[in-house]
Each structure stands twice: as structure tokens, then as C-alpha cells.
Design a binder for this molecule. Structure first.
Ligand code: ATP
Ligand code: MG
Ligand code: MG
Ligand code: MG
Length: 428
């Protein structure tokens, strides 16, 4: 992409309404623009990151055996009356009346919707296990939308729903999602700590919130230092051990029951980026979603739901990865891998080398943003630092005369002079 032809409305000033770094940086880097409280336009750079996060989540869901569908944003109230949640949900639900005076709503989540799909098609335990997920916009009329996309009213969520014939199956489904979550967050460069969460009347330990640590997080969190030593990418990750390690948000933290030695108990603040929940037959019983078991009798299906805040993650990742100059994207979620700066677009030799590098990188499948604007060098470098692409390549007249370009790693700030050939080998 050539910056001269792109749409990157960066702001010079830090916007006054932004209370935290990620919100401010997303506005400054031209990633989002507010349309109404908690409702955002996703501009090209923000959209690119959103799609990359979505894709990582999709790949890990598919790898865990979940199957993608797409349910609508608008749902009929009658479905929610069946589960009893239409009245229970309260003001967070955006209620709509259509032209025929039918009560509709903008979905805050999809348990009822997916249970309805299930009950219409699945009859036997032999068709299980089944896990259906979608990645769809949700609306919750949050009383206090804030921190930009971190607590929006309209937000993008991945929500998966598992169906099993019995508890053992439901536990297997839960554990598969637990692992998929750890993998997905670690691919984004994040350490997400699974914390025991409220299970309500169901009880047990089958609800976890995945929290990433950030000083601006909304809840206080307490966890065993052992989490900092776990290799979340390890293929032989022991889920039972992870579940047995102490980790709780302030709501669930019980100092008198916590057995972690004082010097091993970490305290911090966390952002909830995902939540997995086993809720048994709560919806299947209310909505008549049953399957025939091996003995021929009908049983309500065992269910769980598994959410990831895709749009919240864009902000959460920036909270974890930024410095005083701007965003520092982990490579796997970066909107472009390389920012290529043509220092002197008016100079023929410089432009020839920048254009050639651009073409060759793109040909090698590397995503590149080429700054070919007629701007001062300082402005170009500041823009690159602000938008945080992992690799910055500078092509200028002096280097071109010497046959070199400069490579800078955004994360470490390390710079290196090298030939264009060496650069291509390094980045592709
Ligand atoms: P919170 O405690 O932050 O209000 P929640 O517990 O109500 O979140 P869940 O119902 O568990 O949210 O939804 C699954 C995921 O969706 C959350 O873990 C979070 O990442 C994301 N999410 C929830 N509400 C919002 C929101 N208002 N804006 C952005 N993401 C959200
Ligand atoms: Mg909430
Ligand atoms: Mg919560
Ligand atoms: Mg939650």
C-alpha cells in the first residue's frame, strides 16, 4: 500500500476525551473514529488489525474442532422469552420494534439463537459433540461506555457454543476451548491468565475469565507467580495443572482461602479479553433442546459458551505494547509488517530503489506500507513510530549512493545498515 493513496487520518494532538493510552493511540493513529458513544467507525488501519485478530481466533477455533456459522445481529424477542432472559436482561439490551409491532432486539449474545438452531436439527447423541461459533457484532447498551473500543456498546465478539450428551463430554469441550484460548492469546503476544469466575447456581470450576495484565484494567487480579513461568505455547500444556493454579479477580479473591505463599502471590489489574462458561442444561431445558441417548431416552443437551472480545483485544494489545512514541505491534497482529520510508520522493534514484524494494517485498508476500508522501523526514518517522509497524526501512539519497538502506526494529529501536538484497532476505 502506498501511503499517498491510503486513508490514514492521523491526529497531531492527543484527543482530550481519551483517558487511557490505547484509546488515545487508536484515535491518533487513525484506526477508529467515534460515531456515537461506544460506537465506532473502523478506519483502514484499525480494520486491518481487527481482521488479523479475528483470523487468529478463527484458526484456533477451527483447530479445536469448532465450526463457523454466522447468526444475525437482530433477534426476535420471543426466543428470549423462552429462556426467560428477555425480562431478566435489563437495560443493557437494545430493544427494537419492527413495523409490524413485533419485539426485536440487537443481540448482546447468542445462546438462545444457537439453541434454536440445534433443537431444529439435532436429534441423537451420535451427532455430538458439536461446537458452533460465529464472529459477529454485538450490542450492549453499557451504562458507561469508555476506553474506546475496550468498553464499547457495539463490539465484535467471537462466541462459540458447545453441545454434548453428558457432563464428561461437556468437560472435554470446555478443556478444548480453554486450550484454544491460551493458544490464540499467545499468538497475539499476550499472556492471558485464566481466572476462576462466578458459575452461579451451576457451581463447579468450569468458568474462567481470561485476563491480560494492564495497569488500566478494570478489575484487580491476584494470581500465582507460576503463571509467569508457564510456556503457553508448549504443545504438552497441562490444563488440569493450570486450572489448579490460583488466579482470581477481586470478585472471587478470598485471601483466607488462597494458599499461594505471600511472596508468590502477584497482584495487578486485568482486562477481561475472554470468558468461557459451562452452564449445563440451563438453555436446553428451557427451550426443549434434547437428544436421544444410547438407552433411547431423551436428555437435554449439555452446553457451554465461549466468548472472546475481538474488538476489545485491539485496545488491550495496544495497552500491552506501546511506548511514548506510539504503538509497537506484535508481528502477528500488525496491520503491515513493514513501513518503508522513501526519504526523498523527488529524487529519482531514491524513489527507484524504494519502489523496487516495495515491489519485491510485496511479491514475496510481505505486507508493506510505503511512505511516498512529500513530507519532512521527521513527520514520516513520527508517523511510522506512531502506527507501530514492526519493521521500518528507510531509503534515502545517502544510503542509495552507498548501496544501502536502513532497517529499524520498532520494538528495540535497533538500527542496521544493509544492502537491499540482505534486507529482502531478512524480511521475507
Ligand atoms: P465485562 O465484564 O467487561 O463487562 P462481560 O463479562 O460482560 O464483560 P461476556 O459476556 O463474558 O462479557 O462476553 C465475552 C467477551 O466479550 C468479554 O470477555 C469481553 O472480552 C467482550 N466484551 C464484553 N463486553 C464488551 C464491551 N462492552 N465492549 C467490548 N468488548 C466486550
Ligand atoms: Mg459486561
Ligand atoms: Mg465480566
Ligand atoms: Mg464475562
Amino acid at each position: 500500500m502506498r501511503l499517498s493513496r491510503y486513508f490514514l487520518p492521523v491526529l497531531k494532538e492527543a484527543p482530550a476525551e481519551a483517558e487511557i493510552a490505547s484509546h488515545s493511540l487508536m484515535l491518533r493513529a487513525g484506526m477508529i473514529q467515534q460515531l456515537s458513544a461506544g460506537i465506532y467507525n473502523w478506519l483502514p488501519l484499525g480494520h486491518a488489525v481487527l481482521k488479523r485478530i479475528e483470523q487468529i481466533v478463527r484458526e484456533e477455533m477451527n483447530r479445536a474442532g469448532a465450526i463457523e456459522i454466522l447468526m444475525p445481529t437482530i433477534q426476535p424477542a420471543d426466543l428470549w422469552r423462552e429462556s426467560g432472559r428477555y425480562d431478566a436482561y435489563g437495560k443493557e439490551m437494545l430493544r427494537i420494534t419492527d413495523r409490524h409491532e413485533r419485539d426485536m432486539l440487537y443481540g448482546p449474545t447468542n445462546e438462545e439463537n444457537v439453541t434454536d438452531i440445534f433443537r431444529r436439527h439435532v436429534r441423537s447423541y451420535k451427532q455430538l459433540p458439536l461446537n458452533l461459533y460465529h464472529i459477529q457484532w454485538k450490542f450492549r447498551d453499557e451504562i458507561r461506555p469508555r476506553f474506546g473500543v475496550m468498553r464499547g456498546r457495539e463490539f465484535l465478539m467471537k462466541d462459540a457454543y458447545s453441545f454434548d450428551a453428558d457432563f464428561e463430554g461437556a468437560k472435554r469441550s470446555y478443556d478444548a476451548m480453554f486450550l484454544a484460548y491460551l493458544r490464540a492469546f499467545s499468538r497475539m503476544g499476550l499472556t492471558a491468565i485464566p481466572m476462576v469466575a462466578e458459575t452461579g447456581p451451576i457451581g463447579g470450576n468450569m468458568s474462567h475469565e481470561f485476563q491480560i495484565l494492564a495497569s488500566t484494567g478494570e478489575s484487580a487480579v491476584y494470581y500465582d507467580a507460576a503463571f509467569e513461568e508457564v510456556d503457553l505455547g508448549a504443545p504438552d500444556l497441562d490444563i488440569e495443572r493450570l486450572k489448579s493454579l490460583y488466579a482470581a479477580t477481586d470478585e472471587m479473591h478470598e485471601p483466607e482461602k488462597c494458599e499461594v505463599a505471600a511472596d508468590r502471590l502477584r497482584a495487578g489489574r486485568g482486562v477481561e479479553v475472554g470468558h468461557i462458561f459451562y452452564f449445563g442444561t440451563k438453555y436446553s431445558e428451557a427451550m426443549g433442546a434434547t437428544v436421544t441417548g444410547p438407552d433411547g431416552s431423551d436428555v437435554p443437551v449439555e452446553m457451554g459458551s465461549y466468548g472472546i472480545g475481538i474488538s476489545r483485544l485491539v485496545g488491550a494489545i495496544i495497552e500491552a505494547f506501546h511506548d511514548e512514541r506510539g504503538i509497537v505491534w506484535p508481528e502477528d497482529v500488525a496491520p503491515f509488517k513493514v513501513g518503508l520510508v522513501n526519504l526523498r520522493p523527488g529524487d529519482e534514484a531514491t524513489s527507484a530503489m524504494a519502489d523496487e524494494l516495495y515491489a519485491k517485498l510485496e511479491k514475496a508476500g510481505v505486507t508493506v506500507l510505503l511512505d511516498d508522501r512529500d513530507e519532512r523526514a521527521g513527520v514520516k518517522f513520527a508517523t511510522m513510530d506512531l502506527i507501530g509497524l514492526p519493521w521500518q526501512v528507510t531509503v534515502g539519497p545517502r544510503g542509495v549512493a552507498a548501496g544501502t538502506v536502513e532497517l529499524k526494529a520498532r520494538g528495540t529501536g535497533e538500527r542496521e545498515e544493509m544492502t537491499p538484497e540482505a534486507l529482502l532476505a531478512r524480511l521475507s
